[in-house]
Ligand binder design. Structure first.
Ligand SMILES: [Zn+2]
Length: 239
């Protein structure tokens, strides 16, 4: 609530990392959330612009974190010259090629600045804040079982309800919250680099579950041959 008694809507942009699920839900439960690989603003500027308008967003919080799989990928490709798909190069890697980092910790700090500057450039009317979360400060139980991933559109972070209803372990599930077309390279990264074996496409409340069936067909073509299982759910589940 501001001094005029008007609720200020806030948007959180963060990483899909499974260790952030409970932290985001605890600290930002009233915010709209977008999550992708590395809290990367570049491929989602149009989506952010639409959310600012539709949800009357006045403030954006960029939540990056240490020990980030996406930053390790950036470092490996740029410094160790590892091969990379063209779409991941365009979406993520290319934005770091002119920076002068020499280790991961410098890259993580550079990433925060890069993303904040991009947000300030794109959305000069919106208040922008950023934070680099130290992952060791977030208490997460030892990881158990296989890694899974859910994809949903940006929404408030009611992860416990959703994950409980789907009987998924909160700490083994990566969460992408964005239009699926913006996160295809992130999905490939999750499968190849993070060991994700199951992808769950979620349609929330009034969304048409048929759209998710179309997405499922699209993902089947890409991931079935790699043994990845793709399913769709409506949430809340219809009984
Ligand atoms: Zn991350």
């Amino acid at each position: 609530m501001n001094s005029f008694g008007v609720y200020m809507n806030k948007l959180v942009i963060s990483c899909m990392d499974r260790r952030l699920n409970d932290f985001i839900e605890q600290h930002y439960s009233d915010c709209f959330v977008i999550r992708n690989a590395g809290a990367n603003v570049y491929p989602i500027t149009k989506e952010i612009k639409d959310l600012i308008k539709d949800k009357d967003i006045r403030e954006i919080v960029l939540l990056a974190h240490t020990d980030c799989g996406a930053m390790k990928k950036v470092f490996g490709v740029i410094k160790d010259r590892k091969p990379v798909d063209l779409d991941l190069e365009d979406n993520l890697i290319s934005h770091y090629r002119d920076l002068n980092f020499t280790n991961i910790s410098e890259l993580e700090k550079d990433n925060l600045k890069l993303q904040i500057n991009k947000l300030k450039d794109e959305f000069p009317e919106t208040k922008i804040e950023g934070r680099l979360l130290q992952i060791e400060d977030i208490k997460v139980p030892e990881e158990e079982g296989i890694h899974e991933l859910i994809i949903a559109n940006p929404s408030k972070p009611g992860y416990s309800g959703l994950l409980n209803e789907l009987s998924l372990n909160h700490f083994s599930v990566y969460v992408l919250q964005s239009d699926i077309n913006n996160v295809m390279p992130d999905l490939k990264l999750a499968v190849k680099d993070l060991g994700v074996k199951f992808i769950h496409l979620i349609s929330i409340e009034k969304e048409n579950p048929r759209d998710r069936k179309v997405d499922q067909e699209k993902l089947n073509l890409i991931f079935n041959k790699e043994g990845i299982k793709i399913s769709t759910y409506s949430y809340p589940l219809k009984t």
